[in-house]
Design a protein around this ligand. Structure first.
Ligand SMILES: NC(=O)c1ccc[n+]([C@@H]2O[C@H](COP(=O)([O-])OP(=O)(O)OC[C@H]3O[C@@H](n4cnc5c(N)ncnc54)[C@H](O)[C@@H]3O)[C@@H](O)[C@H]2O)c1
Length: 442
């Protein structure tokens, strides 16, 4: 099938590459000229495990190409995926300017006699499919030339290729039988193991994505609140997590407490669903609590760090392990590490940071305000304490002898509960984690 993917970011590039991998001819369109030049010359623009290999293979086999021209991209395409940003607007609602801007252009580009399926992969509020249709029709669109479909994307950064190639489910919102047949054919190679393609109306598909992300954000937040209680009551959140997670109705996943969720999806999607609810006169109370708790959770370690240094962080050097909002990605959007950096700098500390993939992105954001080092141990040189913000696997079993020889104080503030409490006690560390006993060694 001939496919155009509009927007070549995390979702668009994975979508385009994976569809090329199953034999389709894919053209990815992006307005960012430097991105298109880089991709066209065989250089991948994001870090995503497993993506580069299939990106290079499909580009070499001429099934995957890149352009800045929308008209060239969609000319021969039977299906057009929109993988465009939907950032929060000032009031928290999803800003549809990118989606509707492209829809308007498509209105002028799709000719009489054509038939194209326009598929929205971006996360968008209920009613967007209808708005896309209107934008297109109001701008020269011709009745009968398009079907608009909502096909929300559930991939997770860090395992995006795996998620795309073997999705738990594919959700397709459309009332068009013709579009259903085309999309069933397109997705068939991805659901061979029997995972479902779930057909529904456009509005339900749009809401499904927000409901999924908000539920997951709520699950994390619930555990963060349980962790707070554990700290106050002297219980251990790891025990509680295991105790409840073995109940199938609750499940083991997404029960790990930490310093809050970040990323480009959960924060904006919870906010957008709350806004959509308000717009229709519904006060979605849980969402307000989720947002409030998560904001505070990002800075949960700061009072413990300050207390350790008797409220005086001026002149202290803090080593920071992890910048990405989660492991296996270079994405730093809404990463808790950024909030920690801001708070530490505001309190007068200096920060030496290491992240396996995300340092370049943070450098662009914060410049020289912190230092970036080559490896996790270099960050510890003359540092007064170590703070861990992302659970990269290489941080899980570090060389503790090396850590103690480099740190000025054996103090670790762990936002991801990486280490065993007994071990940290035996090694003589002052160790603060989330929802577990503080190992005090000062
Ligand atoms: N990142 C994720 O993990 C993820 C997962 C599921 C769904 N989503 C949703 O998918 C959508 C895209 O997210 P993303 O993370 O890929 O965003 P992104 O910011 O990484 O990529 C968007 C791309 O669109 C391009 N773009 C902007 N305007 C354009 C235009 N007029 N024409 C062509 N290209 C244009 C940008 O240059 C950018 O490369 C969002 O709605 C997001 O909520 C994201």
């Amino acid at each position: 099938m001939k496919i155009a993917v509009i927007g070549t970011g995390y979702v668009g590039l994975v979508t385009g590459t994976c569809f090329a991998e199953t034999g389709n001819d894919v053209i990815c369109v992006d307005i960012d000229q430097s991105k298109v030049e880089k991709l066209s010359s065989g250089h991948i623009t994001i870090y995503e495990p497993g993506l580069e290999k299939i990106f290079l293979k499909n580009q070499k086999d001429k099934r995957l190409s890149f352009t800045t021209s929308l008209s060239e991209g969609i000319k021969d395409a039977q299906v057009i995926f929109l993988a465009l940003p939907t950032p929060p607007g000032e009031d928290g609602s999803a800003d549809l300017k990118y989606i509707l801007g492209v829809a308007k252009e498509l209105g002028t580009l799709i000719k009489k006699g054509d038939y194209k399926v326009i598929i929205d992969k971006s996360t968008v509020p209920v009613g967007t499919a209808e708005k896309v249709r209107k934008a297109l029709m109001d701008n020269g669109g011709i009745e009968g030339t398009v079907d608009i479909v909502s096909n929300p994307e559930f991939l997770r950064e860090g395992v995006a290729v795996e998620d795309f190639m073997k999705p738990d489910r594919v959700v397709i919102g459309t009332s068009s039988e013709k579009a259903k047949i085309i999309l069933s054919e397109l997705y068939a190679p991805f659901v061979r193991q029997g995972n479902p393609i779930i057909f529904m109306d456009e509005k339900s598909a749009e809401l499904t994505k927000y409901a999924a992300n908000s539920f997951l954000a709520m699950k994390i937040t619930f555990m963060n609140e349980i962790a707070q209680l554990c700290e106050l009551l002297g219980a251990d959140v790891d025990m509680v997590r295991r105790g409840i997670g073995s109940d199938d109705r609750i499940g083991k996943r997404f029960l790990f407490p930490g310093i809050g969720y970040g990323g480009s999806c959960f924060p904006k999607d919870v906010q957008a669903l709350a806004k959509s609810s308000t717009e229709v006169g519904y006060d979605f109370k849980i969402l307000a609590a989720v947002m409030d708790v998560n904001e505070k959770q990002k800075l949960h370690l700061i009072p413990s760090i300050k207390a350790y240094f008797n409220n005086e962080l001026r002149g202290k050097k803090i080593a920071l392990w992890g910048l990405a909002f989660k492991p296996n990605t270079d994405d730093i959007r809404e990463a808790p590490a950024l909030y920690l950096i801001e708070a530490l700098l505001a309190a007068g500390a200096t920060v030496a940071a290491f992240d396996p993939e995300a340092m370049q992105n943070v450098k662009q954001l914060v410049g020289e305000t912190i230092s970036f080092v080559e490896n996790q141990y270099e960050a510890l040189q003359d540092a007064d304490a170590l703070v861990i913000a992302t659970e990269w696997s290489e941080f899980r079993t570090p060389n503790f002898d090396r850590i103690s020889s480099l740190l000025k104080n054996k103090a670790i503030f762990d936002g991801r509960n990486l280490f065993d409490l007994n071990k940290m006690g035996d090694l003589g560390y002052h160790y603060v984690s989330i929802g577990r006993k503080v190992i005090a060694n000062k």
